[in-house]
Write a protein that binds this ligand. Structure first.
Ligand code: HAM
Length: 424
């Protein structure tokens, strides 16, 4: 019986994984520069953690969570995102003691039962950042700057930073009512989804993707005309700090995000090269979530980016030097040479070199072909004559130059041909 992977779920194979590792390495380096430390979170949590934080009436909670009772009857959900878990861990481990700004990042798989299409998967990977414990607009801007630094180091261009402010618990309820009143006369023209959203989550009508609905959304009252003075000041501060840090952005008054925990600054980074799923990254401020879970008042700001979408945006030549290559390919001719090559391989690997060999004992020609195909830097030829003379041929596969090397000089000769092994 042939069993295949589940729809919307994929393997990341050698050949592609090198790009992922490279991206993750750069993320760790850039994040460390800004003082962020890694947190590893569980892949599943109690369902209530997600339904209460993301919001009972969001698409994620209503339609997309992988939720099931475990064998003890507890309702469990495969995490659809990371922020809720970070908040849970922050409170559980009292990371607010002593009070300071805690800067965390995470990487890993998330699960949403969405309709699979280009750039949309049911298991997808996120890299996320959460800065917890400051309401300063400086934090908003520094985190967005970090993100753009990261994209720059990856060589990704053509991205747009879109920002908005979603107001706060003071001003948003009034806006919500004004919006509902304005939507009511359009209900017949709006899609079925928006009709449901109208009652439960009217702000989501603003970012419906249906063309006709977008035209209507453009005519609806804007949050910017209903924000309170404190939120306006805060948003002005964020924009002016972005200007000072010479960060290009545009204000998108229709940007509302699909999770309920946001207040004030929200943002997305979008690309024209991603098709319908054009957001590579989204995030914003969530100032009351920690308190909602009985933690101390802790204003927070964060984002998560989609790895699959990010990888698809890498420049074509990004992986030119990423594919692993052996340093030395041992061409062993005959049973005795095979045995000797075990020792040579062990010695070279212990010195830090990547060593490949042929396991099936082909002819010299076929083994050299394999060394070429593996793009090995050097070939070490071990045959009967070489064994008798205890001198082996080391061939530079780049320029074809050969040299005779005595057994005891093997590691030195490889080191002088290649330099010291690359640090792992
Ligand atoms: P989100 O906008 O739901 O935010 O997801 C962030 C990113 O994850 C998206 O911009 C997209 O690139 C990627 N993504 C989401 N769903 C899928 C999918 N089905 N397939 C492929 N990629 C996907 C959050 O998750 C928030 N937790 C972000 C955040 C952190 N806000 C504050 N802190």
């Amino acid at each position: 019986m042939k069993i295949q992977s589940i729809r919307g779920v994929r393997d990341i194979l050698p050949g592609e994984i090198e790009k992922w590792q490279w991206v993750e390495g750069i993320a760790r380096r850039v994040f460390a520069r800004y003082g962020f430390q890694e947190i590893r979170l569980p892949v599943f949590e109690k369902t209530a953690l997600f339904s209460r934080s993301i919001g009972e009436t969001t698409d994620i909670v209503e339609k997309e969570m992988y939720t099931f009772p475990d064998r003890g009857g507890e309702m469990i959900t495969l995490r659809p995102e990371g922020t809720a878990s970070v908040v849970r861990a922050y409170i559980e481990h009292k990371l607010y003691n002593p009070p300071s700004l805690i800067k965390l990042y995470y990487m890993g798989p998330m699960f949403r039962y969405e309709r699979p299409q280009a750039g949309r998967f049911r298991q997808f990977y996120q890299i996320g950042i959460e800065a917890m414990g400051s309401a300063s607009p400086m934090v908003d801007v520094e985190v967005m700057t970090l993100l753009l630094d990261f994209f720059r180091e990856l060589g990704i261009t053509g991205l747009k930073l879109e920002i908005n402010s979603l107001g706060c618990p003071e001003c948003r309820p009034q806006y919500r009512e004004a919006l509902k009143t304005a939507i009511r006369p359009h209900l017949e023209a709006l899609c079925t989804n928006c009709n449901q959203r109208y009652e439960r989550n009217p702000l989501r009508v603003l970012d419906c993707k249906v063309e006709r609905d977008r035209e209507i959304a453009a005519t609806l009252p804007k949050l910017c005309d209903h924000r309170c003075a404190a939120c306006e000041d805060n948003f002005a501060a964020v924009r002016s700090l972005l200007d000072i840090s010479e960060t290009a952005y545009s204000v998108n008054p229709l940007l509302v995000r699909g999770l309920d925990y946001y207040s004030r600054t929200t943002f997305e980074v979008v690309s024209g090269n991603l098709g319908a799923q054009n957001a590579v990254c989204g995030g914003g401020r969530y100032d009351s979530l920690v308190e909602d879970f009985d933690g101390p008042p802790t204003p927070c700001f964060g984002f998560a980016l989609g790895m699959e979408r990010l990888i698809s945006l890498l420049p074509d030549n990004a992986d030119a030097d990423l594919q692993p290559r052996p340093d030395v390919f041992i061409v062993a001719l005959g049973a005795q040479a095979d045995r000797a090559s075990i020792t040579f391989a062990a010695r070279l690997r212990a010195a830090g070199f990547a060593v490949e060999r042929d396991y099936d004992g082909g002819s010299m020609k076929s083994q050299m072909r394999k060394a070429n195909r593996a793009a090995s830097r050097l070939a070490l030829i071990v045959g009967d004559n070489e064994l008798a003379a205890k001198k082996y041929t080391l061939k530079n596969m780049g320029n074809g130059e050969q040299q005779e090397v005595a057994e005891e000089d093997l590691t030195t000769a490889v080191t002088s041909a290649l330099g010291s092994p690359a640090a792992d």
